[in-house]
Design a protein around this ligand. Structure first.
Ligand SMILES: [Zn+2]
Length: 417
């Protein structure tokens, strides 16, 4: 494993001005076949066929390459170490969907000061019932336990505590075990789930639900959540659940790479074996990528793929996310798994451009991240330069030439700096 070099402390962006010339640019919405992008002060200064470049500005030839906005992983669990791994593969923002207040504060502080890691938004702890998912991860993912909810009163207190800690949104776990654990698991009653959503809304926060079954999706929609951060895999989509999700206006993060590992239908061995990832993934994480759980008789990846495509075609906002967590969570690793998710979404029927929007402009709009997700004047210079054209062939997305966060270029093996 090569070590990341500390490319800079955030705050000295004035020293990092450059112009990328001659390449293709995907600006988050559409493709500009040949455009220049001028970066100064950590932000995009200008973009177009011809831009005014101050004398002495460093020029980077992007001929044959494609510039993308920094990628956003809409479902991760940002433990210590996650954000450096994520940035290595072009993920400049992780949406942490469940960690702890200690990790949230520590990772946020790191992201605010170091250009060598991705940025992060966080829910802190997720809300679950005693014995509910993810209680079986205590001792592996969670070193100790976490607070739980039992009724609407404790739900209100839970949300108040998360908001007090500084959570950006609230995560609710609605999991009866049908598809996930292959056995019944205690799960949240509808009144308690509703109390979480209503209390979060009273604080101006959105609520995002873990579900893996159609029944769970109905329960989450009954509670009034704003997003589903997995998709169901217990059954193929039926017209009533598709119509209900579309009409509710919630967004969906399928996390196909994790559902594939949980159902035993997919492993990310190809990612670990790919020459473009060699030397960039620690060996324990490579091992995690190569593994999946045994075949699950109650879950199929094909169900979630079909649901993702039908929802997308019916107008639901479908975002790219991985559920990368720890080495105990088989089948995923931070950053690199987003490229596995891209491949899975394309195999489900999405076009490469739709997939790239699902990891850039769409999540930025969904989460109100108005300073990123596109390449446009005034936005943060969170950028990924790809050798090739992922707007036509999504497998090129792993051919990463360079990554910048706030205009700071990350040192990667083979990169020029
Ligand atoms: Zn998760």
């Amino acid at each position: 494993m090569r070590q990341l070099s500390e490319v800079g402390r955030l705050g000295d962006e004035g020293a990092h001005s450059f112009v990328l010339c001659g390449g293709r640019v995907f600006d988050g919405d559409r493709v500009l076949e040949s455009a220049s992008v001028l970066v100064s002060g950590g932000r995009i200064h200008d973009i177009g066929p011809e831009v005014q470049v101050p004398i002495g500005t460093r020029v980077i030839d992007a001929t044959g390459k494609t510039l993308l906005p920094g990628l956003i992983d809409s479902h991760a669990h940002s433990k210590p170490g996650a954000l450096a791994q994520a940035l290595m593969f072009g993920v400049t923002t992780e949406m942490d969907m469940g960690s702890s207040p200690e990790w949230m504060v520590e990772q946020r502080e790191l992201a605010a000061t170091s250009a060598a890691v991705a940025d992060v938004r966080s829910s802190s702890f997720g809300a679950t019932v005693p014995g509910g998912h993810p209680s079986r991860l205590i001792g592996t993912f969670f070193p100790t336990g976490f607070p739980t909810v039992t009724d609407p009163a404790s739900a209100k207190a839970f949300v108040r505590d998360r908001v007090g800690e500084g959570a950006d949104y609230i995560k609710i776990i609605i999991e009866d075990g049908t598809a996930l654990n292959r056995e019944k698991t205690p799960f949240m009653d509808p009144e308690t789930a509703r109390a979480i959503v209503d209390t979060a809304r009273s604080y101006g926060k959105q609520s995002y639900a873990h579900i893996t079954s159609i029944e769970g999706a109905h329960r989450a929609l009954d509670a009034g959540v704003d997003g589903l951060v997995h998709l169901f895999m217990d059954q193929p989509p039926n017209p009533s659940i598709v119509e209900r999700i579309v009409e509710s206006g919630v967004f969906v993060v399928p996390t196909l790479c994790t559902l594939g590992a949980l159902s035993g239908d997919h492993s990310a061995r190809w990612v670990a074996d790919d020459p473009r990832t060699q030397g960039l993934i620690p060996s324990d994480w490579q091992h995690t990528l190569c593994c999946c759980w045994p075949k699950n008789p109650h879950a199929r990846l094909a169900n979630a793929k079909q649901a993702a495509l039908e929802l997308h075609r019916a107008g639901t906002r479908v975002l790219a996310g991985t559920d990368a967590a720890s080495v105990n969570a088989l089948g995923t690793a931070h950053g690199v798994s987003l490229h596995d998710e891209f491949a899975l979404l394309v195999s489900a029927g999405f076009t490469p451009l739709e997939v790239l929007r699902a990891a850039t402009s769409l999540p930025a709009d969904t989460y109100g991240l108005t300073d990123r997700g596109r390449i446009a004047p005034g936005l943060l210079a969170d950028l990924v330069l790809i050798d090739g054209d992922p707007t036509h062939d999504i497998s090129h997305s792993l051919s990463i030439d360079s990554v910048w966060r706030h205009g700071h270029q990350l040192f990667r093996a083979g990169s020029p700096s």
